[in-house]
Design a protein around this ligand. Sequence first.
Ligand code: 13P
Ligand code: SF4
Length: 337
Amino acid sequence: MSTVVLPEPTAQKLSSLDPALDLWAEIDRLRREKNAVILAHYYQDPEIQDLADFVGDSLDLSRAAAATDADMIVFCGVRFMAEVAKILSPGKKVVLPDAEAGCSLEEACPPDAFAAFRAEHPDHVAITYINCSAGVKAHSDIIVTSSNAEYIINQIPKDKPILFAPDRHLGGWLAQKTGRDMLLWDGVCIVHDQFSERELIKLKSQHPNAPIAAHPECHGGILQHADHVGSTRSILDYVVNGPEQEFIIATEQHIMHEMQKQAPQKTFIAAPGNDGSCNCANCPFMEMNTLEKLYLSMINESPRIEMPEDLRIRALGSLEKMLEMSPPVARAPQAAE
Ligand code: 13P
Ligand code: SF4
């Protein structure tokens, strides 16, 4: 288990924040004073994306965390992402604005249960989605993200059986793409699992010229209608570079902020959830990070990610394997404007 260091009792609290404080300017001052880098995932609130030094998908952010020469990494994403930053950059202080920012996939796969599952299948290579705890990474052979998983699986000898955790939708999609037989752990992302195929078909009939771009964490009912399936960055590149003017987006809705910035003349329509109207493509974990908590985490240098060194070293092995086996970098992580 990783250890998240909670704020000291004397540390400045949310309730004591002066409402007149210019948080943007204060965060910028702290970034310079503390030689901090702010990394943000595309699912973060737009105001956090706009002030970050780098915005990217999970792979971009892992690479940025490994490469930075900052003293402090402020990770605006969820806990497993901040843990990856600490595993790759152990000498840095790594803070996460809200220590409770977890992930339903991480919750679905406790390290002990995963270790037992592995032990039942000793002949399988354990390929694990990055959305898991450091404890699960420590029991894995190779970590993957949605942007490099297919490329990495294609490097595994054909006769080697594969065990994939924790996302059964991503695992199912990879099994189909690579033609490999894969034993899947039964976890889902609560955000991508809630899209409705029936409502998507209705929406498509109203926008017949809008291609559907979906994240592979969506269930098969959505993926089978998608014109493009890929990681958040891959979806972003697809809609920005494509000739069409209108797109249906089946992933967490905050990515539409970057889409709209890069292609202001285009229209992005959120894929509907089960009741056809709800605004449910919103990750409740990502939204725990706010500008106020970001500011406090920089002042207090807490919540901070710490973990036992033996755990870090075991988790590092599977992450280094991922970095070695990933496709070459197509472009640098994106600096926010
Ligand atoms: P990517 O940014 O790698 O596509 O991951 C999506 C996600 O769900 C992160 O939690
Ligand atoms: Fe986890 Fe899904 Fe939220 Fe990503 S969007 S952090 S996979 S719950």
